[in-house]
Design a protein around this ligand. Sequence first.
Ligand code: C5P
Length: 316
Amino acid sequence: MHSYTLIAPAKINLYLEIVGDRPDGYHELVMIMQSVGLSDRLTLRPNGAEEFRLYCADPRVPADNTNLAYRAATLMAGQFPKVFANLGGVDISIEKNIPIAAGLAGGSADAAAVLVGLDLVWNLGLTRPELQALAARLGSDIPFCVAGGTAMATGRGEILDPLPDLDGLWVVLAKYNSLAVSTYWAYSAYRECFQENYISSPEGVRSRLSEVSSGNLVRAIARKDGVAIGQLLHNDLEKVVLPEYSLVVELREVLARSGGLGTMMSGSGPTVFTLCRSREEAIAIRDNARQVLPDPDLEFWVAPLCTSGIQVSSEM
Ligand code: C5P
């Protein structure tokens, strides 16, 4: 058996629309998800034991089954009990680079890497759809984290339709270290404020999905038209998160005035991103925002949009 190191990229939402309620308590969504080159690095080493052990230098990352990466491992053990009994568990080391509770799917990316990594360590030969079906049982964003690139995501977020790659563009990501938003809270607050606007009939939901999938943003992505993409960024969750977080509003305004292609909050926030034409433009926008908002609690990352999901970086 081999050990594997995997690269797990973060995601941003170029588009997030809450369409309606679902009988399972989740929301029916239409999203356009995009991988960005800000990545965690996970190493999975066979440990010959009847358990999984998780290590992370960041004390905010739990090492038990409250961690999605740990839950991904136990899900795989439950799915393949004979393989687990014969080959044993793995030690999972996580080098955490994606900020936590940031709207960037950091925990989901780690879980996706564990699914892909255990498939390799145990030599299971699972197909992409099989891995994505397991991923969907753990969390709504995890199937996308397995696939990566640019994709339309519907249902809870787990039904994926790939879109043309958006390489060449860059983002500045910005987040106050001390702020964290609960995704559960954001969706619950949205339901409380906007439930009367929800589309309730299945036909209504289907027609909204087809409107978005043939709409301007998807067409702009197909043309790789960064200017149009920047103008069409959208996130319904801004309506509930921004009123609660004045620092994020101010940060968003500073970035939006900075000359990039467009600025938006990612997922349930509080990370804000600005889409940029180049790495140079992203660095200039970051430097300007740092000068205007000189707060040591405010952290920035410059990253390219990327075309892949979980990548194996080495086999030992
Ligand atoms: O699927 P995941 O565990 O990442 O979702 C976190 C929370 O976000 C859920 O508990 C739910 O409250 C909310 N959510 C939702 N509708 C979705 C996805 C997430 O209401 N489609």
